[in-house]
Design a protein around this ligand. Structure first.
Ligand code: GDP
Ligand code: MN
Length: 417
């Protein structure tokens, strides 16, 4: 999911008419001081990273003056928080907190639900996992209609919210769903949702995750990479995303695995299907081989996508082999893979003579696909170490990994020769 930083999420909440604290993001201590001066009130300075728990780990600071805000900002900016570099801080008015709640919508993907779900707890401000089950109230929500007032009021009753607060809180939750839907969120979580001393409900924090498949509907958000890597994207990750972005038909997933050039025993890895990818990776690591990248060309992708993914995999410097790991009986017609691989190998192997290539492919149109591979690769310059396997080996990951290892060892000894 495309995860937004707190200040970005709050910006969209504000657009949607929800109450958020006054404030702005700042990239330098001077800017932070300026924002604090503009606000002219005590402020909170909050590290902007994709991680919660900042409250407990020093990621936010209270400041009474703009000099204090600047000091807090210069401490936070450039530091690391749970693996993320702090490039910005959010400086906003300090709220007068009477009570903290948890409120969020996410997609319940369970077979019995398959719809948005509201989660609400009167015990906000703490990690939601630590809230006891009986204090967390859930409501399945129609994706088209949103939560019904009666159901919301009943939920707030069960949560023992005083009757005079229920209408305002229900109104906030309805507004939150409107934003959830308008921005095609997968998750929109407010923790804490604050009741101020003046009796207003204000979103003090915001975790907004846009459904990757809907990012294209939101050019206003300027999200460049609708894919989660769990780290700042590398060059290979961005190339992979470029392939996916150019054509939505089927998946052409490609990402790096933190591989450095010229490490021995690394192979370009081209699995078909996510589960198949895991099986193959286990088998390879058992024999001491490592994958230079992760990939997946499944979901019936067009040949051009498979070709591009294969080309990028094969272009990684220092790899000592290429494995097309189709450890699955694919429903997709595999001849698209066969054509794509033949083309990619014809363009690559003349420049990497003798590179071990093990091609395993099974499923729909398998016979035809294997024939395309066999015929298509005849006479390929540099194609001395190509082996092709079909359904007999689909579950024999151990055999495939051992063959790959033997081929790699021979290549290490003899190279192109
Ligand atoms: P997180 O720990 O990373 O989720 O950061 P939050 O933004 O949720 O803040 C954590 C806690 O800091 C909240 O639960 C509040 O108790 C406190 N906090 C955050 N903003 C304010 C504020 O404006 N005023 C006050 N008094 N406390 C705040
Ligand atoms: Mn929080």
């Amino acid at each position: 999911m495309a995860k937004l930083l707190e200040y970005e999420g709050k910006g969209w909440l504000r657009e949607a008419g929800l109450a958020v604290p006054r404030g702005r993001a700042a990239g330098t201590a001077e800017e932070a001081a300026a924002v604090a001066a503009e606000l002219a009130c005590p402020v909170v300075v909050k590290a902007q990273v994709q991680a919660g728990g900042r409250g407990k780990s020093g990621g936010l600071a209270m400041a009474d003056t703009s000099a204090e805000a600047a000091a807090a900002a210069s401490r936070l900016l450039g530091s690391e928080f749970k693996g993320g570099l702090v490039r910005q801080v959010l400086v906003e008015e300090k709220l007068d907190i009477a009570q903290e709640f948890y409120a969020g919508y996410t997609v319940n993907t369970g077979r019995e639900a398959r719809c948005p779900m509201l989660m609400f707890s009167p015990d906000g401000g703490v990690d939601i996992e630590s809230v006891p089950e009986e204090r967390l109230f859930k409501l399945l929500v129609s994706p088209t209609q949103g939560p019904e007032d009666a159901a919301l009021l009943a939920l707030l009753g069960r949560a023992e919210i005083p009757p005079e607060r229920r209408d305002a809180l229900a109104a906030f939750l309805v507004g939150l769903f409107r934003a959830y839907r308008a921005y095609d969120c997968f998750t929109l979580e407010i923790n804490p949702l604050i009741l101020t001393g003046a009796g207003d409900f204000v979103a003090a924090d915001c975790k907004m995750e846009i459904d990757n498949s809907s990012v294209f509907r939101h050019p206003e958000m300027g999200i460049e990479v609708a894919r989660d890597f769990g780290h700042d994207p590398t060059e290979l990750d961005l190339i992979g995303w470029g392939i996916e972005k150019a054509d939505q038909r089927g998946s052409g997933f490609l990402m790096g695995m933190g591989y450095g050039e010229k490490s021995p025993g690394y192979i370009g890895y081209h699995p078909i299907g996510g589960g198949s990818a895991m099986l193959g990776m286990d088998a390879l690591s058992k024999v001491g081989l490592k994958v230079a990248n992760y990939a997946d060309t499944s979901g019936n992708p067009v040949g051009s996508k498979i070709y591009r993914v294969a080309k990028v995999i094969l272009s990684q410097p220092g790899i000592e082999g290429y494995l097309l790991g189709g450890f699955m009986m694919a429903n997709q017609e595999q001849w698209h893979h066969a054509h794509a691989i033949v083309k990619a190998l014809w363009e690559t192997l003349p420049h990497r003579p003798g590179l071990p290539c093990l091609l395993l492919l099974c499923g729909n149109k398998e016979e035809e696909s294997l024939a395309i591979l066999r015929e298509g690769l005849v006479g390929l310059p540099g194609g001395e170490r190509i082996e092709i396997y079909g359904r007999e080996y689909v579950t024999d990951t151990e055999f495939i990994a051992r063959r790959m290892l033997l081929m790699v060892e021979e290549y290490q000894r003899l190279g192109a020769g």
